[in-house]
Design a protein around this ligand. Sequence first.
Ligand code: PLP
Length: 387
Amino acid sequence: MIDQLKAELAERAQAGLTRKRRLLQSPQAAYLIADDQRRLSFASNDYLGLANHPNLISALQNAAKEAGVGGGASHLITGHHQFHHDAEQALASFIGLPAGLLFSTGYMANMGVVAALLGRNDAIFADKLNHASLNDAAVLARAELNRYAHQDLSQLEKMLAASTAQRKLVIVDAVFSMDGDIAPVPKLLVLCEKYDAYLLLDDAHGFGVLGEQGRGILSHFDVASPRIIYMATLGKAAGVAGAFVAGDETIIEYLIQSAKTYIYTTASPPSLAAALVAAVNVMKSDEARHQHLKDLIAYFKENLSLKKWQLMPSDTAIQPIVVGSNEAVLGLSDYLLARGVLVPAIRPPTVPKNTARLRISLSAAHALDDVKLLIQYLHEAEQALLA
Ligand SMILES: *Cc1c(COP(=O)(O)O)cnc(C)c1O
């Protein structure tokens, strides 16, 4: 096996697909230290700049003094701390759904929910650009997986109409993680009602960004339905870790009884849950932070003017520029890095072949001057690299 792995690794290197981990030596911030160098970073999902917020840090420290460090047991044994409970209620009420359940990671939440609710006689309908965790969830559930072309609702409708499955679940990224575009939730809901399907929304990149006070995709569209199962990760805009699932009380109760990635794992440290409550409080009280992010997104879109590379149409904090080949995107990423700016080059298999891209993520932690500098370097890079 090791020889085979060596050969595969060499092939990947040959194709420009080797990934390297940068060594972070500071908190997440607009300016961070990576590999011993100070960089201006557009490379995190810390959209609200909460990952290093003093309120979250002190909430975590105080909670650790009170509750200790480790969760110690699974939620159904003795791991379910008051802090977890408080965070579930704060999160569910923030997005306006009756009940919520904390998971240790978003990956586990997606696997747990889908495998608990669906089985062999059921079917999943999934956008082709969904996050990897949702595809793995389908495999784990052993349900039939129907993947439709990105945002192609007429193809989705044909699949739903043709399905004879017992339970049907439409699954989408509410905000697509490598494109930044938004799923048309009201239209999806109409289809779900017409074909008696449920809708799992993965709001990893919408929570904290979209809607009033960053309440996410449901607030953005002002929709509500017992058919919606809502999932958001808490290591992105919320600045902490984990994920929560919210929706109808029966669904949440069923998940407590049967979601394996909830039941058969140790509860996350209670102090993280206390930090999450602090994060929700910041989101509710510091509207200026959310507004600043929205202003930066609008400024970036208005002032970037590229001739050949293509800024994707996105109103979210994810602003990708499609460059094409792996070499070209690495060249661009290196050009920016040489000027102290860190923006990741995203290559296949994370994105489809020949659509390698620069994934710029904006954050409330950035100053307007940071975004101006990025725009200037992008303009210069296009001139220099495409000359
Ligand atoms: C990041 C992400 C996840 C996984 O969440 P983690 O908490 O990081 O495991 C799931 N879905 C989407 C769309 C994501 O972007």
